[in-house]
Design a protein around this ligand. Structure first.
Ligand code: NMX
Ligand code: MLT
Length: 481
């Protein structure tokens, strides 16, 4: 089937059965320990969450449902004429655990008929000739029948769910220009709560076994709406409030997003396909995914929970680091100019550290090697912008920063993470507004968080409530006096 919901529905009973059997045998098996250090250390290293969509290996980096980034680049469908994977494909993979076909990915971004009877009636009423449309029958139906395109009871996928309620558009248009794009983004997502199908169904007393179905609908709606929200913020802040235009159902999710932002370069579209793919998910413990999961565990709907996740992504130690990296790179360029030497770079990095600041884009709570998301962006740069002076600076920092962080002695991972690279690629394609970069990260992260939230509901996971303790009680517990 090309209908993601049908494919997912078929997967759920088997997954529930497997976990039930596993837990019946191993519920009391110990899988880790908790030390005093971990209690004070941001729960680092405590195994406390089951997240199905991806797994982070400290040495190797992220695998989405078992596939590394290079494997995803090879195996996931790309756009016609393109080389980078389509984010829709990764979403399908994260939801189902299976690599999608091109038809499945196309159906996800473009839409497909989910109410055939109603559709055929409309075609009859509008006098369309069904016999002349050839093999790509349903796609042609989508192209030709403008009226039904907007009818969400017939077409249910991303291109058809992108409209925002008018109160959200009004709210976005009224935000002052000094409100950070991430604050605008989070607020707008939360305000879409008025559209939640889960919240409505819950208030009407829907059974627990059906929660996932409404959460699925909200997840797809939210993913579809995010580029519209993000593009309105961008246009309001940096393009005099010009219109984002209409969604083109013939374009994929990333291509539509890029044109809503006001860009046309096909290479930038390719970059965004890669960008929106690699930022999707980083297992369950990172701040944005964990915040989303935590809030969703109270049965808050997808808009409330993802909005919470985005408030976390907005922090400088998490997603905002990509903005901070660009600020840092610009400071280097302004102070040293393009003719810097490596010694001058080292001195600049030391100066940053001695002033009490972190080197943005370096270090990680789990990774202990260069982030493969950094590496694949570097490969993109080597292919498309090898002579760019900002890319050269990023490469030169890669030569000097790790040794300095090692010398500092306390940093557990001296290698670059995803944020060390993304900004220079965006700048190369003339997206200069660094305050905005984390919004792009936020559009992408929804794919992982929404895939996980659907599974949280399908598996009936309970409200999350770890135990905390006072220092006095902890001291007593371990016999410290
Ligand atoms: N520059 C300077 N100091 C650092 C750095 C860095 N890049 N990374 C870690 N440290 C320090 C850290 O502040 C801590 O110092 P103190 O004990 O004085 O508080 C010490 O090294 C030990 O920290 P770690 O255990 O290595 O790192 P932790 O797991 O606590 O934090 C990060 C991970 C990512 C928050 C940290 O490496 C960092 O602040 N990096 C810079 C910001 C950044 O790039 N964030 C993006 C992460 C990726 N993302 O997209 O979310
Ligand atoms: C992420 O992508 O969420 C970051 O690398 C942070 C993390 O994994 O903790």
């Amino acid at each position: 089937s090309t209908n993601l919901k049908d494919v997912l529905a078929a997967e759920i009973p088997e997954q529930i059965r497997e976990i039930k059997e596993f837990r019946s045998k191993h519920n009391n098996t110990v899988v880790g320990d908790v030390t005093v250090d971990k209690v004070y250390g941001g729960m680092r290293g405590i195994l406390g969450l089951a997240t199905e969509t991806s797994l982070l290996d400290p040495e190797e980096g992220i695998r989405f449902r078992g596939l590394s980034i290079p494997e995803c680049q090879k195996m996931l469908p790309s756009a016609p004429g393109g080389a980078e994977p389509l984010p829709e494909g990764l979403f399908w993979l994260m939801v189902t655990g299976k690599v999608p076909s091109e038809a499945q990915v196309k159906a996800l971004s473009k839409g497909q008929v989910v109410n055939e009877k109603m559709f055929l009636t409309l075609l009859y009423v509008y006098g369309c000739d069904l016999t002349c449309w050839g093999d790509d029958y349903w796609s042609n139906c989508v192209d030709l029948t403008g009226f039904v395109l907007t009818n969400t009871s017939i077409f249910q996928e991303w291109a058809n769910r992108a409209d925002l309620p008018s109160h959200v558009v009004t709210m976005l248009n009224n935000f002052p220009a000094n409100l950070h794009p991430m604050a605008q983004f989070s607020a707008a997502i939360i305000a879409c709560n008025s559209e939640s199908k889960f919240a409505k169904a819950y208030s009407e007393g829907v059974k627990k076994a059906a929660y996932w179905e409404y959460t699925y609908e909200d997840a797809l709606d939210l993913i579809a709406k995010l580029p519209t929200i993000a593009a309105i913020i961008y246009r309001n802040l940096y393009r005099d409030g010009t219109s984002v235009g209409a969604i083109d159902p013939n374009k994929d999710w990333a291509a539509n997003f890029v044109s809503m932002l006001g860009y046309e370069d096909p290479q930038f579209v390719e970059l965004m396909r890669l960008y929106l793919t690699i930022h999707t998910d980083h297992e369950g413990g990172n701040v944005s995914a964990h915040a989303c999961h935590l809030v969703a565990s109270a049965l808050s709907d997808n808009y409330l929970s993802y909005g919470a996740g985005m408030c976390g992504l907005a922090g400088p130690l998490h997603g905002l680091a990509n903005q901070e990296v660009l600020v840092f790179l610009n400071k280097v360029m302004n102070e040293l100019g393009q003719g810097y030497t490596l010694d001058q770079l080292k001195e600049f990095v030391w100066k940053t550290l001695k002033s009490g600041q972190v080197v943005p884009g370096y270090g990680h709570a789990v990774l202990r090697k260069t982030d493969p998301r950094y590496t694949c962006q570097r490969e993109f740069a080597l292919k498309h912008l090898p002579e760019d002076p900002m890319f050269k600076l990023v490469s030169d920092l890669y030569k000097v920063v790790p040794d300095i962080l090692l010398e500092l002695g306390k940093v557990k991972n001296p290698w670059p993470n995803v944020d060390a690279h993304s900004g220079v690629l965006l700048q190369y394609y003339n997206m200069m507004e660094m305050n905005y970069y984390t919004v792009l990260f936020g559009v992408s992260r929804a794919l992982g968080c929404m895939a996980s939230t659907i599974w949280d509901r399908a598996l009936g996971l309970p409200i999350e409530r770890p135990k905390s303790i006072t220092t006095k009680a902890l001291m007593k517990k371990v016999g410290f006096s």
